[in-house]
Design a protein around this ligand. Structure first.
Ligand code: MSP
Length: 515
C-alpha cells in the first residue's frame, strides 16, 4: 500500500532575536506530531524556518552594529542549534532571505495572485507598529498604544499594493464553517466566523521600497517590496519547491495536512492564507492547529517586552527531554500555559525522576536481582489486576483482566485517539496512567516479598512490568525520543515464536536525576 503523505509546518519565526521558549514550544509540538505520524508509517515532510526580512530585523541588526544579512544568518543559526538540541526532525528549514529557495516561490505566488486580478494599487494612510510588523486600527490600541509593545504606532501614508481579501469573505466563511479547513481546537472556529462577519478589509500587500529596505521586491515593480503576507506565508510552498523547476516535493506534499501556529497568528493563517490560495486556485491546507501561549508572570512572552525565559537555561539544568515533556504533558496545546522554574522542577521530580524514572529503575533492579535480567512469559499466564476495581468497572470485564489486556483494550486505543485529535497532553496522560497502574501492580503483588515464596509468580509479575514499560516506551517515543530509546535498550525485549522475553540490563545512572 502506498504510504499516506503528511505535511506539517511550524510558523516561520522572526529572526530578529534568538529563539525563546514560545518558539521552542510550537516547534516541539509540531515535532511530536511529525514523529508520531512517521511512526504510524506516513511519509512525512516537516517544515520549520525563519522570516528574515522586515524593518524589525533591520532595527535589531543596526543595534548590534551589523548588516541585516549577517544578523539574520546569526539568529537563524541559533534557531537551528536549538532545534538540534531539542531533537527536532524537520526535513527542511526555509529562510526568507534565501534567494535561491524562497524568492522564486514568493514571487511566483505574487504573480499568480496579480494575474487573477486580486491586486490593485492604492494609498494607505494610517498607523503601523514595527514591533508587530503590522498595520493598526483604533480598536487594536489602548490609549493610542500597541498593547503588546506599549509603544505609539507610527503614522504613515504611503503607496501600497492591496489584496482583495474582502472578495473572499463569504467563501472563507463557508470553508471554515464546513470544516473544509479544520480549525483545531474547534472552539476557535466561532471566533474566526465572528471576525469575518464584521467584514474583511482589503490588505496592504506591499510597501514602498523606502519603508521596507530589507525584503523581497515585487516582481516587475522594483520600487515596492512585499509585505509579510506573500513574503512569509509563501514559505509553506516555496520550501517544497513551488515556483522552481525542482518542485517534486510540492507535487507530493501540498496541501499542508496541518499548520501549527500560535492563536495570535490564527487569522493570518485561517483567513488571509486561504484567500491567497483561493485566488491562485491552489489547494487549501487541511487543518490549522492554533496553540495557546506560554505565559510568564501573567504576560505574553515576547522578545520586545523582554520577559523571555531562555529555553537553553532549562535545558542546561534539566535536559531537553524534560523540556519536551513539560511542553507536551504539562500544558494543554489549546490553552495558555504558565511556566515557571518552580513548576518545572516540581513536574520533573514528580513525573520523571519519580514516576517514570523510578518505575524503570526498580523494575530493572528486581529483574536483575531475581532473574539475572532474563524474564520470560506470556499474556495468558500473566497475573490479573487485582485491586483496580475502577478499571475493571470501566472495562466491564473481570475475567482475564491483566496488564496486556488493559493496554490493548483501553490504554492504546485512548492514546491513539488523543494523538489523532492532536491532544498530545491527554495522550501523554494515558502513558502516565499506565505508569500508575504498574506502580499499583507492584504495590499489590509486592514482588520483593513474593520472590521469597514463589519465584514463578514473581517472574510473571516482572514480565507484566517489563511489558508495560515496553508499551510506555512506544507511547512516549514521539514525545521523548531519547528516553524512549534508552528504555527500549535497557529492557531488551525480544519476541520469538509468540513468546515475549526480556534480557534487561540496569542503567549506570538514573534516567532522570532528582533535582
Ligand atoms: N513571522 C510570523 C509568522 C509567520 S508564519 C508564515 C511570526 N513570527 S514570531 O516569531 O513572532 O512568532 C511565531 C510564533 O511564535 C507564533 O505562532 C506565536 O504564537 C509563537 N509564540 C510567540 N510567543 C509565544 C509564547 N509565549 N508562547 C507560545 N507561542 C508563542 O509571528
Amino acid at each position: 500500500m502506498e504510504k499516506k503523505k503528511f505535511y506539517i509546518t511550524t510558523p516561520i519565526y522572526y529572526a530578529n532575536a534568538k529563539p525563546h521558549l514560545g518558539h521552542a514550544y510550537a516547534t516541539v509540538l509540531a515535532d511530536v506530531f511529525a514523529r508520531y505520524r512517521q511512526g504510524q508509517g506516513d511519509k512525512v515532510f516537516f517544515l520549520a524556518g525563519t522570516a528574515d526580512h522586515g524593518e524589525k530585523i533591520v532595527r535589531a541588526a543596526t543595534k548590534e552594529g551589523m548588516g541585516p544579512q549577517e544578523f539574520v544568518d546569526q539568529t537563524s543559526e541559533k534557531f537551528k542549534e536549538l532545534h538540534k538540541t531539542l531533537g527536532i526532525t524537520n526535513d527542511y528549514f526555509i529562510r526568507n532571505s534565501d534567494k535561491e529557495h524562497h524568492w522564486p516561490g514568493a514571487q511566483a505566488l505574487w504573480k499568480k495572485i496579480e494575474a487573477s486580478g486580486d491586486l490593485y494599487q492604492g494609498v494607505y494612510k494610517g498607523l503601523y507598529c514595527v514591533g508587530c510588523e503590522s498595520f493598526k486600527t483604533d480598536k487594536d490600541l489602548v490609549n493610542g498604544k500597541c498593547l503588546d509593545h506599549d509603544t505609539l504606532p507610527d503614522e504613515i501614508e504611503e503607496e501600497n499594493y492591496f489584496f482583495r481579501l474582502s472578495k473572499y469573505a463569504e467563501k472563507i466563511k463557508n470553508i471554515i464553517k464546513n470544516n473544509e479547513i479544520e480549525i483545531i481546537p474547534a472552539s476557535r472556529k466561532q471566533e474566526l466566523l465572528n471576525f469575518i462577519n464584521e467584514g474583511l478589509q482589503d490588505l496592504s500587500f506591499s510597501r514602498p521600497a523606502g519603508t521596507i529596505t530589507w525584503g523581497i521586491p515585487v516582481p516587475g515593480k522594483e520600487n515596492q517590496m512585499m509585505y509579510v503576507w506573500c513574503e512569509e506565508l509563501s514559505s509553506y510552498i516555496s520550501a517544497l519547491g513551488y515556483g522552481r523547476s525542482d518542485d517534486e516535493n510540492f507535487k507530493t506534499f501540498w496541501p499542508a495536512d496541518v499548520h501549527v501556529v500560535g492563536k495570535d497568528i490564527l487569522r493570518f493563517h485561517a483567513i488571509v492564507w486561504p484567500a491567497m490560495l483561493l485566488s491562485t486556485e491552489l489547494p487549501l491546507p487541511k487543518k490549522i492547529l492554533a496553540h495557546g501561549m506560554l505565559i510568564s508572570g501573567g504576560k505574553k512572552m515576547s522578545k520586545t517586552i523582554g520577559n523571555v525565559i531562555d529555553p537553553l537555561d532549562l535545558i542546561a539544568e534539566y535536559g531537553s527531554e524534560a523540556l519536551r515533556y513539560y511542553f507536551t504533558r504539562e500544558t494543554s496545546p489549546f490553552e495558555d500555559g504558565d511556566i515557571t522554574v518552580e513548576k518545572f522542577k516540581e513536574a520533573y521530580n514528580a513525573n520523571l525522576a519519580n514516576g517514570l524514572g523510578n518505575l524503570v529503575s526498580r523494575t530493572l533492579k528486581m529483574s536483575k536481582q531475581y532473574f539475572g535480567g532474563h524474564v520470560t512469559g506470556d499474556r495468558q499466564s500473566s497475573p490479573p489486576i487485582r485491586t483496580r476495581v475502577a478499571v475493571v468497572a470501566a472495562l466491564g470485564e473481570l475475567a482475564g483482566l491483566n496488564i496486556p489486556y488493559l493496554v490493548m483494550n483501553d490504554i492504546l486505543p485512548r492514546y491513539h485517539n488523543h494523538m489523532a485529535a492532536y491532544e498530545v497532553n491527554k495522550a501523554a496522560d494515558v502513558a502516565w496512567e499506565l505508569i500508575a497502574h504498574l506502580d499499583q501492580f507492584v504495590t499489590d503483588y509486592e514482588p520483593f516479598k513474593l520472590i521469597k515464596t514463589n519465584k514463578d509468580a514473581t517472574e510473571k509479575v516482572l514480565w507484566c512490568l517489563l511489558y508495560g514499560l515496553r508499551e510506555i516506551s512506544e507511547m512516549i517515543t514521539p514525545l521523548m525520543p531519547v528516553t524512549a530509546e534508552k528504555i527500549k535498550a535497557l529492557i531488551g525485549a525480544t519476541e520469538e515464536g509468540g513468546t515475549l522475553s526480556f534480557k534487561s540490563t540496569t542503567p549506570t545512572e538514573p534516567l532522570f536525576i532528582r533535582k
